[in-house]
Design a protein around this ligand. Structure first.
Ligand code: MN
Length: 255
């Protein structure tokens, strides 16, 4: 187990969706956990920005969740308005699962707009949801984002080996959560370049030991990832820190 909580990275967590969200922001501040606080609607941006204002380890991402695109049809204007205020974008992406397939065309239009706006702005880091839609997500990444100064982190990746190779070629990173390490065969994870891996919880939508996961639980993800990669925990911690630095650049360049 990593002994220094301050070295932990939770690169996809919905801090604002915990019932005690203010306490969660305080927790990650006290524990100095690097947290990408993703949001699901641009309406959440101002409050999240305010909550994270004095917490150096928290980055707030401007989001428009594909599962909510059906209900939040007209929020692209708000997204576009707030985009210049942040370097981080998420949760965005596509969900072609049975519950959301109905809005898939609309989702594609929204995600393509997001990708295009990020391409125009440059320098963004996107946390991207790709449920049963990796092929389409990568199509938009290739069309708008690959080869630009933007970076894509695929959240909870569940594609084929061929799709993983294509994502790697397009420069994508992968944020790995505990459930990916428990439920999937680890061959695919092992096939990903180690320098593209990050950790995440996707809390509060995941559970650990029968309770809702919190950012500090990435500690167990680091342990499980170390086992999967057959390397010790300090090696994995160092790897993740380097990957974060490569992705974001030095702190002085963060916006
Ligand atoms: Mn999520």
């Amino acid at each position: 187990m990593p002994d220094s909580a301050s070295d932990l990275i939770d690169y996809h967590c919905h801090l604002d969706l915990y019932p005690d969200y203010e306490a969660q922001f305080s927790q990650v501040a006290a524990q100095r956990i690097v947290t990408l606080a993703v949001t699901t609607t641009p309406q959440a941006w101002p409050r999240n920005k305010e909550l994270a204002a004095k917490i150096p380890s928290v980055r707030v991402a401007l989001g428009l969740h594909p599962q909510l695109v059906g209900q939040h049809n007209n929020e692209m204007a708000l997204f576009e308005r707030y985009l210049p205020e942040t370097r981080y974008v998420g949760e965005v992406g596509l969900d072609a699962g049975p519950k959301f397939y109905r809005t898939y065309d609309r989702q594609k239009a929204v995600f393509e707009s997001v990708a295009r706006l990020c391409a125009e702005a440059g320098g963004k880091i996107l946390s991207v949801h790709a449920v049963r839609s990796v092929r389409d997500v990568l199509e938009f990444v290739e069309r708008h984002l690959a080869g630009t100064s933007n970076r894509v982190v695929l959240h909870w990746f569940s594609g084929s080996a061929a799709e993983a190779r294509r994502a790697v070629e397009l420069g994508c990173y992968f944020s790995i959560n505990r459930m990916m390490l428990e439920k999937r065969d680890t061959a695919l994870l092992n096939s990903l370049p180690r320098q593209r891996l990050l950790t995440e919880t996707d809390g509060p939508f995941t559970q650990i030991e029968g309770r809702v996961a919190v950012p500090a639980d990435v500690r167990s993800t680091v342990a499980a990832l170390s086992e999967c990669l057959a390397q010790d925990v300090p090696t994995t911690m160092g790897m993740l820190q380097r990957n974060l630095l490569t992705l974001e650049g030095p702190a002085s360049q963060r916006g």
